[in-house]
Write a protein that binds this ligand. Structure first.
Ligand SMILES: [Mn+2]
Length: 345
């Protein structure tokens, strides 16, 4: 089984740039998910093993269900500490961009990243990487997660034996969350070799699962139940559905970040479902709706996201945004489903 993914040239560049750098930043994307946070924390351990003192920076909050991760308290939020982050950027000589493919994915941090004159190295699994002036782009869209890539790189560089348990916890967490607990995009045998290696570090994978997936508040469970029970619009003959959640509804259920994570996958459990669309109003802006799409088999959720939701993504997992009311967004979702009726039937 092939674990190594870097060419000799790439491995050499990575080693050289890291060795020559003394102020290293690790950057995750806006609204960081388990893979982004896991990759940042795991990569931090790798760099620490080389004697570096990297800092992790993310644009904003990450969900409650990741806050138990070892060393997560070292993650610096730009929205809370803008001056400290600007100072770190001004001193840095190397920035790692993990789990995102374009600088716009760090949103308010984009100017700092774009203007950064030191080395930039991207490690990511999204399609179409675009990073101007990057010293190295390790882009593998076929990988299940960035955490899978982090493992492969660390393994190839011969550093895995030296990795502590917390490397394995963070890395496993990211691989697990990006595959829905190894229920999609997870048939590559190498994934299970990697897990077997991570387990040798003494991680409790069942506990990691519970920490992440069984961590809801009572309000969150009630909100999820309410949406499935009262808000799901299922188009029977097209095996497709959508639901929306408004600001007022989120307020009523004391919504906090992460409460609706993954809910868009739930309707796929209805027999025969091919497409599920979630529409979530922004908690502040009236005319901003976040859209999330999930599909199965070869139905292209990313095409629907491109055509109707100003977005894109993977074949079976895509997202986008609408700049309209939540009612208007529902109409657009219905229109999108009808437009794809030939493929959905
Ligand atoms: Mn990812």
């Amino acid at each position: 089984m092939e674990i190594n993914i870097l060419t000799d040239q790439e491995a050499a560049t990575l080693r050289e740039v890291v060795a020559a750098s003394s102020h290293i930043l690790i950057l995750g994307h806006k609204s960081p998910d388990g893979d982004a946070i896991g990759a940042c924390l795991a990569w931090q351990q790798y760099l620490i093993s080389l004697g570096k003192q990297p800092r992790i920076i993310v644009p904003d909050a990450y969900p409650d269900f990741l806050q138990w991760l070892p060393c997560s308290e070292t993650i610096l939020r730009y929205d809370k500490h803008p001056d400290e982050v600007k100072k770190l950027f001004s001193e840095a000589d190397l920035v790692f961009c993990l789990d995102f493919n374009v600088s716009s994915r760090v949103e308010e941090l984009q100017p700092l990243l774009d203007d950064f004159k030191g080395h930039k190295i991207m490690i990511d699994h999204h399609l179409d990487p675009q990073l101007a002036d990057a010293s190295l782009v390790i882009s593998r869209p076929e990988a299940s997660s960035t955490c899978e890539l982090i493992f492969r790189v660390v393994w190839q560089l011969g550093a895995f034996d030296a990795m502590p348990r917390k490397f394995a916890v963070a890395d496993y967490c990211g691989m697990m969350t990006d595959t829905g607990g190894f229920t999609y995009n997870s048939s590559d045998p190498a994934i299970y070799f990697i897990i077997s290696q991570l387990l040798t570090k003494g991680i409790d994978k069942d506990k990691i699962y519970r920490n992440v997936f069984n961590n809801y508040s009572t309000w969150a469970i009630r909100l999820r139940g309410y949406l499935l029970s009262r808000k799901l619009n299922y188009v029977d003959d097209l095996h497709a559905c959508f639901y929306s959640v408004s600001r007022d509804e989120m307020k009523r259920y004391h919504f906090t970040k992460g409460d609706l994570e993954g809910l868009v996958n739930e309707p796929l459990r209805i027999k025969g479902t091919k497409l599920s669309i979630s529409l979530r109003q922004d908690t502040e802006k009236e005319n901003l709706v976040y859209c999330s799409l999930r599909s199965v088999d070869d139905f292209p959720a990313n095409k629907v996201a491109e055509d109707f939701f100003h977005g894109g993504g993977h074949l079976n997992a895509a997202g986008g945004k609408l700049f309209c009311s939540i009612d208007e967004a529902e109409k657009i979702a219905r229109k999108a489903i009808n437009a794809y009726s030939d493929l959905l039937k």
